[in-house]
Ligand binder design. Structure first.
Ligand SMILES: Cc1ncc(COP(=O)(O)O)c(C=O)c1O
Length: 441
């Protein structure tokens, strides 16, 4: 692991609104409470003696069915910490645990150039990162099709959503370079972009995973054009071949001796521990994390201490190896689901739809062949009306286009489906497609 310092001038990237946050009058003093001998009379922390909980006990599912159920208990100091207001960036011990995970997983030495903050799901942190970076009239590069949740949060900013097409291997560096190199002639009057957002593993919605060579080329462009790359890797641990994980952008920027500090990485516990706990974490350069933390301190104060305490007791029990073993079991579960789902999709949709087999994540992105003359169709009405009437719910491709338009695609998720569900759903989708083509079901 080499140690490199960032040369990024964050003043050029932090938004006007991001620069306006001021330290919270109370939270700004929290660190001083840790000074030995300090008597803290900081207002606001309720007295934990009044809380009605004496312990939190968590039963773990046995790894091997039939084995004994293990109970983890959160009590005494850990309980007080888990029921109380706490550090803005997350419980310090959990924060440390996760920094160690990032160091090992992404091979980035803890050289002080990067840090980590927890948030209420990665969505919370992605939202805050955009808020910290985006001014009115900015242009933002979004791989397209893209996660509708990101489109949703960006819609309230008055910005230009610039679509960078993806193909079966994710973000296409050639198209990205074409946009950047010819910016002035292609988009006259539009501000040159500062941010590129991508979902490199098991993308939502396309399912695509960008291979190493692509990521290296994208990173080179990020450096050349002085962009900040937002790496939303919510499906990183849902890679179906855990022995051959493609290195993350966060890892890549630290390993070739080139400039560091242009990648902000988002991880989520939602797909591997629980989505209801609402915990995710952002890893990246300290100057941007400080702004995100100020945003948190001044708005929702912190992520839940209680769910953090539950995760911490679990991770301490598991250790790094146990955690990674768990993620491999989760990935294997979804791989089986994908295989089953795809088998049924082939049975009903061969000749009527095409798709790329996802190597990670939980989605098939089906390109529906809605016409018989080869012209591109539009799935919007078909999926939001006809399919619903026939009893199948899915997301039409238009939902993943930042600026709207026509799309022949539909996103279907295999995370919850049983084989019986898949049979019914694909049979019904088949009927919809045949009707659209004017063919008999
Ligand atoms: C690509 C992507 N990013 C972020 C999120 C938000 O996840 P979280 O539950 O961590 O907020 C999702 C959720 O589905 C997602 O698909």
């Amino acid at each position: 692991m080499t140690q490199q310092q960032s040369t990024v001038n964050w003043d050029e990237y932090i938004s006007e609104r991001g620069k306006m946050w001021e330290p919270s009058a109370i939270r700004g003093l929290f660190p001083l409470e840790k000074i030995p001998g300090m008597v803290s009379l900081l207002a606001g922390k309720p007295n934990a003696e009044t809380f009605p909980f004496s312990a939190i006990k968590v039963d773990l599912k046995p790894i091997i069915p039939g084995d004994a159920v293990e109970t983890l208990t959160i009590e005494s100091d850990a309980l007080s910490e888990g029921l109380q207001y706490g550090a803005t960036a997350g419980l310090p011990s959990l924060n440390k645990w996760l920094e160690n995970l990032q160091e090992v997983r992404h091979k980035r030495a803890r050289d002080g150039s990067w840090g980590l903050s927890l948030g209420s799901g990665s969505q919370d942190l992605i939202n805050k990162a955009f808020y910290s970076l985006v001014n009115e009239d900015d242009s933002i590069l979004l791989e397209t099709p893209v996660y509708s949740g990101t489109i949703g949060l960006l819609k309230r900013h008055k910005v230009n959503l610039m679509e960078v097409p993806v193909d079966t291997q994710g973000l296409d560096p050639e198209k990205l370079e074409d946009i950047l190199a010819n910016w002035k002639s292609k988009f006259p009057g539009k501000r040159f972009p500062k941010i590129l957002y991508t979902i490199p593993t098991g993308s939502n919605p396309t399912g695509a995973t960008a291979p190493l060579e692509r990521r290296e080329r994208v990173l080179a462009l990020v450096r050349k054009y002085k962009l900040i790359l937002l790496e939303d890797d919510a499906y990183h641990y849902l890679s179906f071949d855990p022995e051959h994980i493609v290195p993350s952008y966060f890892e890549l920027e630290g390993r070739d001796g080139g400039e560091v500090g242009r990648v902000i990485r988002f991880d989520s516990f939602s797909k591997i521990l629980s989505s209801g706990m609402r915990l995710g974490f952002v890893t990246g350069p300290k100057p941007i994390l400080e702004i995100i933390d100020l945003h948190t301190a001044n708005t929702n104060l912190q992520p839940s201490s209680t769910t953090q305490a539950m995760v911490l007791v679990l991770l301490n029990k598991w250790g790094l190896d146990g955690f990674l073993a768990h993620t491999r079991r989760v990935a294997a579960f979804y791989k089986d689901k994908r295989d089953m789902f795809e088998k049924v999709a082939h049975k009903y949709l061969d000749g009527l739809a095409t798709w790329v087999t996802p190597e990670a994540g939980m989605f098939l992105f089906l390109d529906l062949h809605l016409t018989t003359d080869g012209t591109p169709g539009d799935s919007s009405e078909l999926i939001s009306a006809t399919a619903v009437q026939k009893g199948v719910l899915a997301v039409p491709g238009v939902g993943f286009l930042p600026n709207g338009g026509r799309s022949s695609f539909v996103r279907v998720s295999f995370s919850l489906a049983t084989e019986e569900d898949a049979e019914l759903a694909f049979q019904r989708l088949r009927e919809c497609i045949l009707e659209a083509r004017g063919e008999k079901a």
